[in-house]
Design a protein around this ligand. Structure first.
Ligand SMILES: C[S@@+](CC[C@H](N)C(=O)[O-])C[C@H]1O[C@@H](n2cnc3c(N)ncnc32)[C@H](O)[C@@H]1O
Length: 280
């Protein structure tokens, strides 16, 4: 595990997860993860309105697909992708260099506490990278401070689990008939920013302009075929099961994946909020 210069102790578990096993898996499967959500990218980038010369921050950039797009749009400007995960950032750096994007930069930092310079950013964007902060108010205050007056912030977060078929299907398979504990909705995790009232309050308290929430629904992709999707989902969500439960879970999962085969690959319904807060 590499060292982040300065991390909030509340984010230590996230650093451990993203910088070791989970992050290694995401890095190894970068193409699948990046492709999984690509149908949301157009709306996210349009809302960000990146212009030539902009300074853009991509928060929780992972392996960097949205940072690369932002760097391309920023032209003479710069896109900086920040993340906790050194294996994912290594892929991000390598890919940006390979396609010749000298204005894409990456840094391993805890965005909640990193001392970004004041009033430097024209755009802060994030594709599902903001839901893991131990203290989201502190994190968004830090980002509000770093954004120029009139700057634009665009966050893609998940709507609640019942609107995300991929999540309900995979957790049903994972449960393999058992009753699994439901994590509290405000704990760091994929659905911690799914309630617009809660998120609005946090953003406004942090100094953001009152945000708007646009509902988007897109297919989420898990690979071209059942075999690829099975490897992808097993490594991601079903890693810690004993052998008997694993067999049951695997059978349920494979049947479900086969039912979701489309001409474009294995696709499940998903639903996200596009949260926009421009200015003040
Ligand atoms: C669900 S992944 C999304 C990755 C990427 N944006 C994408 O769409 O493929 C969430 C990312 O947020 C990062 N992250 C979580 N907490 C963070 C923090 N405090 N500071 C910076 N990055 C963080 C994780 O390391 C992880 O890469």
């Amino acid at each position: 595990m590499s060292d982040v210069a300065w991390i909030d102790p509340g984010n230590a578990d996230q650093l451990r997860a993203w910088d070791t096993a989970e992050g290694v898996f995401w890095a190894e499967e970068a193409e699948l993860f990046e492709h999984a959500l690509h149908r949301y990218d157009d709306a996210l980038l349009r809302a960000a309105g990146i212009r030539d010369g902009d300074q853009v921050l991509d928060l929780g950039c992972g392996t960097g697909s949205t940072t690369r797009a932002a760097a391309w749009l920023a032209g003479s400007g710069t896109a900086i992708g920040v993340d906790l995960s050194s294996p994912m950032l290594a892929i991000a750096e390598r890919t940006a260099a390979a396609i010749g994007l000298p204005n894409a930069h990456f840094a391993q930092v805890d965005a909640q506490v990193h001392p970004f310079p004041d009033d430097e950013l024209d755009v802060v964007l994030s594709r599902t990278g903001t839901m893991f902060f131990a203290d989201p108010r502190a994190a968004f205050s830090n980002l509000a401070r770093a954004t120029k007056p009139g700057g634009r912030r665009v966050l893609l977060t998940w709507q609640p689990p019942p609107r995300n078929e991929w999540f309900s299907s995979f957790t049903t398979a994972l449960a393999a008939g058992r009753q699994l504990p439901v994590p509290p909705p405000d704990a760091p995790g994929p659905f911690s920013q799914s309630d617009p009232d809660v998120v609005s309050r946090i953003l406004v308290d942090a100094g953001f302009a009152a945000p708007t929430f646009e509902a988007h629904a897109e297919p989420m992709y898990f690979g071209p075929d059942v075999r690829t999707a099975e490897r992808f989902v097993l490594g991601w969500l079903l890693a810690d099961l004993d052998d008997t439960v694993r067999k049951q879970a695997l059978d349920a999962l494979c049947n479900d994946l086969a039912e979701h085969q489309t001409a474009d690959g294995i696709a499940y319904d998903s639903a996200a909020w596009l949260i926009t807060s421009h200015g003040p």
